[in-house]
Design a protein around this ligand. Structure first.
Ligand SMILES: Nc1ncnc2c1ncn2[C@@H]1O[C@H](COP(=O)(O)OP(=O)(O)OP(=O)(O)O)[C@@H](O)[C@H]1O
Length: 255
């Protein structure tokens, strides 16, 4: 597998107030290969979201570097970074940021129309295909007020996938959903990953992490452990065995 994303001693420091420095990420080294399915766990405040923001170029690191698709993010301008994010990365968050003045279909196609990489006809066709794949084909004419939370997260997934990114970053993507919807969304992300898109998720939810291929654990700004669970869809693993393995390990980590 080719390396898709790699950090080298990634550190992030915030300055709060006059001269109070907080070292939120401390020499983090993480490698994501093409097609990986990884989750990041750890206690609140350990730096998970900050890691996601820094490896995806949403935020600027303080020292070290991040290489994504062969590009050193530190060398890119803001415009180059946003173009890279638009074309090669997809994002899903706990709070689903959809535009209220656009209907569901238009929210999905917007990033592709903005990227101008393909004809509108081709984009529309892919959007319809994604809506079908994610089980929301019936919502094509609906406004975003005319869908459930679980359906809106599927809309966000379609939007994240519309430019055929190399990776999807999810920051607690199931955090606002009930357990049924959360489970469905995680199944969907695992299926999408099967088609080759890497997925990196920040999560507190063992039920989400258990469906990922490996779990890294963050504590106080550092990655302090990693467990490999294997691909559950591909290898048809026993869920109970995976859950036991993961929860025992998380307990050892102090979760
Ligand atoms: N913009 C900022 N300015 C100052 N401190 C920040 C900023 N963003 C995050 N922090 C601090 O960095 C630390 C890590 O925050 P982060 O959101 O990455 O943690 P997390 O592990 O994702 O937490 P949670 O699980 O609660 O979402 C926290 O102490 C937080 O207060």
């Amino acid at each position: 597998m080719e390396t898709l994303l790699e950090t080298n001693n990634l550190s992030k420091t915030y300055v709060v107030g006059k001269d109070n420095q907080i070292n939120v990420l401390k020499n983090v080294n993480i490698k994501i290969n093409e097609g990986d399915l990884v989750s990041v766990m750890g206690p609140s405040g350990s730096g998970k979201s900050t890691l996601l923001h820094n490896i995806s170029g949403m935020d600027r690191l303080t020292s070290g570097n991040v290489k994504f698709c062969g590009e050193e993010l530190v060398n890119l301008s803001e415009a180059e970074l946003s173009s890279l994010r638009l074309k090669k990365m997809g994002f899903i968050f706990q709070q689903i940021h959809l535009l209220k003045n656009l209907n569901i279909f238009d929210n999905i196609i917007l990033p592709a129309y903005s990227a101008k990489m393909e004809s509108r006809n081709k984009i529309n066709k892919r959007a319809k295909k994604l809506m079908k794949q994610t089980g929301i084909a019936d919502l094509i004419h609906n406004d975003i007020t005319q869908a459930s939370g679980g359906q809106l997260q599927r809309v966000a997934i379609c939007r994240a996938l519309i430019n055929q990114p190399n990776i999807i970053f999810g920051d607690e993507p199931t955090g606002a959903l009930n357990s049924k919807y959360a489970n469905e969304i995680m199944e969907l992300l695992a299926e999408i990953n099967q088609t080759g898109t890497a997925v990196l998720l920040v999560t507190h939810d063992i039920k989400v992490a258990v469906k990922t291929e490996r779990v890294v654990y963050m504590l106080d700004g550092s990655i302090v452990g990693e467990i490999k669970l294997g691909r559950y869809l591909r290898e048809n693993h026993d869920m109970e065995v995976r859950e036991k393995k993961l929860s025992t390990w998380l307990m050892q980590m102090g979760f």
